[in-house]
Each structure stands twice: as structure tokens, then as C-alpha cells.
Design a protein around this ligand. Structure first.
Ligand code: PTJ
Length: 255
């Protein structure tokens, strides 16, 4: 893909598509990754392609809950690794938590490729920060190859996880989760923090805290909010979903 000028109104979207196309060619993504992304893009259009105040409050709440957790973990799949891998690593370095590669369409090849991709993103992030931060970035453990844990309540490959990661976590940030697994994790009394551009998805409606925002924007914003050391609140997740739907219904006024 040629150079896209900064002035191009769809630059971010074109770059995200280029990243995903390349990653698909390299075998990092699920076959339906582009369908999922297209659905996300459509919702992002209606949301104005920006982080709303309501989403920002949800990001802050997630930051607070991750900092207050005993065993926090960030779970990454194909799409989120490609779109927001570096943001997740920077967030994990601040929280001091592991990242687990945990995918819906599980194959050992994809797990290995995604772990390798995150390990090399760690090196890239480490090269961009000061010496002290470099140590915490390099200390971020990338789990997922172990596959020695189980999400009770689910059958088959979707129940597989890392014992040290999702299985023993009390708070899981799992962007782009599927509805069944989100329900299963909530049933296990874990706090489930999700990022989903679709405020009507089962995941969005089941999670403890839902960030209705694009994953790269949301995790980028989280880095800054983590540094403010926020405290968890009594969170009303239905309210944040209603606010996202209000923005979508107000989008007709933009014409
Ligand atoms: O890598 P794997 O095997 O774990 O597979 C990943 C996908 C995303 C293919 C898989 O989890 C899947 O099929 O997801 P769904 O059920 O299509 O759900 C994807 C949800 O994420 C939809 O509600 C989209 O609106 C939303 N979404 C898509 N792209 C983004 C997004 N939300 C935030 N940021 C995005 N960039």
C-alpha cells in the first residue's frame, strides 16, 4: 500500500485495514477476522469515530479495576494483537500484569505466531521508552502457549486458557470477547472488562464494564488513565450502553 497523506480523512481506517490484511496473509488472524472488523467499523462510523466521554469514563473504570485487582490479566486475540498489541503491552507494563494470547478459533500455529508477534512488539515498545520503563515492559509475561487451564462452563477449544493467566485471574480485560465466554467468565465471579464497538452485543451487555470504543483508541487512552491511579466506583454498565446508543441515534443529526 502506498503512502497515505495525513490529510486523508480515512487514514486511520485505511492503515488498520492494511495491518489486518498483512496479518491475515501471515496467518495471524481467524478467517472471520475481517467480518468482525467490518462490523466494528460500521458501529465506529455511527459513534463518530472518536472516544466519547462515556467511553472515557468506562476506560478509567477499567484502569482502576485492573490496578486494584489481585491477579489481573489482559487477554489478546488475533484482531486485538494486530490493532492494539503495543498499547496492551504498555498498559500491562504499568499494571504489572501478564498478557495471555487466548483465541476463539484456536490453532497451535496461530497461538505461536501471536505470541511471537507480541514478543517482538515488546522489543519495539522497550526501544521507545526510558531505561526504567524498559525493564517493566520487558517483564510483561506473554502467556498462552501453556494451555494448562480451563474456563469452567465451556466445552472444547474455547474453554482452554492459561492457569496462570485467565484461570486464576480475578479481573480480565478481554477486548472483543464472544458472548458465551463472557457469560462463563462472569459466572466464575471474575470481573470481565471488554472493549466492543457494538453496544448491543451479548458481550457488551454481559460484561462487568464495557468500553464502547475502538480497541486501539481505547487501550491508548487507558495508558494515560492508568498513570492517574484512578479508584474503582459503583459502576452502572447499563448506563454506559444507553449512552452509546444515544450517540448512535443522535448520529442522524450529523447530516
Ligand atoms: O482471533 P480469534 O480467533 O479470537 O477471533 C477473533 C474474532 C474477532 C474474529 C472473533 O472473536 C469473532 O468472531 O468476534 P465477533 O463475534 O465477530 O465479535 C467481534 C465484536 O467486536 C463485534 O461486536 C464488533 O463490533 C467488535 N469489534 C470489531 N472490531 C473492533 C471491535 N470492537 C472494538 N474495536 C475494534 N477494532
Amino acid at each position: 500500500m502506498g503512502e497515505i497523506p495525513d490529510s486523508h480523512p480515512r487514514k486511520a481506517s485505511l492503515l488498520a485495514r492494511a495491518k489486518l490484511t498483512e496479518a491475515a496473509r501471515e496467518g495471524l488472524l481467524a478467517e472471520s477476522a475481517m467480518i468482525a472488523h467490518g462490523r466494528g467499523e460500521a458501529f465506529d462510523y455511527l459513534l463518530g469515530e472518536r472516544t466519547s466521554d462515556s467511553a472515557k469514563a468506562a476506560i478509567k473504570e477499567c484502569a482502576a479495576r485492573l490496578l486494584a485487582a489481585n491477579n489481573p490479566v489482559i487477554s489478546m486475540n488475533g484482531n486485538t494483537t494486530v490493532l492494539a498489541g503495543k498499547q496492551a503491552i504498555r498498559a500491562a507494563a504499568i499494571i504489572g500484569c501478564p498478557i495471555e494470547v487466548n483465541i476463539y478459533y484456536r490453532t497451535p500455529e496461530r497461538i505461536e505466531k501471536l505470541i511471537t508477534a507480541l514478543e517482538s512488539m515488546k522489543e519495539e515498545v522497550a526501544a521507545e521508552v526510558d531505561e526504567k520503563t524498559k525493564a517493566s515492559v520487558m517483564a510483561v509475561e506473554i502467556l498462552g502457549a501453556d494451555a494448562d487451564g480451563k474456563i469452567d462452563g465451556l466445552e472444547g477449544p474455547r474453554s482452554i486458557c492459561s492457569r496462570k493467566g485467565i484461570e486464576s485471574a480475578d479481573v480480565v480485560l478481554v477486548p472483543l470477547e464472544d458472548g458465551d465466554r463472557c457469560e462463563a467468565l462472569v459466572a466464575l465471579d471474575k470481573q470481565v472488562l471488554v472493549v466492543d464497538l457494538n453496544p448491543l452485543s451479548r458481550t457488551a451487555r454481559t460484561a462487568t464494564v464495557t468500553i464502547v470504543d475502538e480497541v486501539a483508541r481505547a487501550l491508548g487512552e487507558m495508558e494515560e488513565l492508568l498513570l492517574q491511579n484512578p479508584q474503582p466506583t459503583d459502576w452502572d454498565n447499563q448506563k454506559t450502553l444507553r449512552e452509546a446508543l444515544d450517540i448512535i441515534s443522535d448520529s442522524s443529526k450529523r447530516i
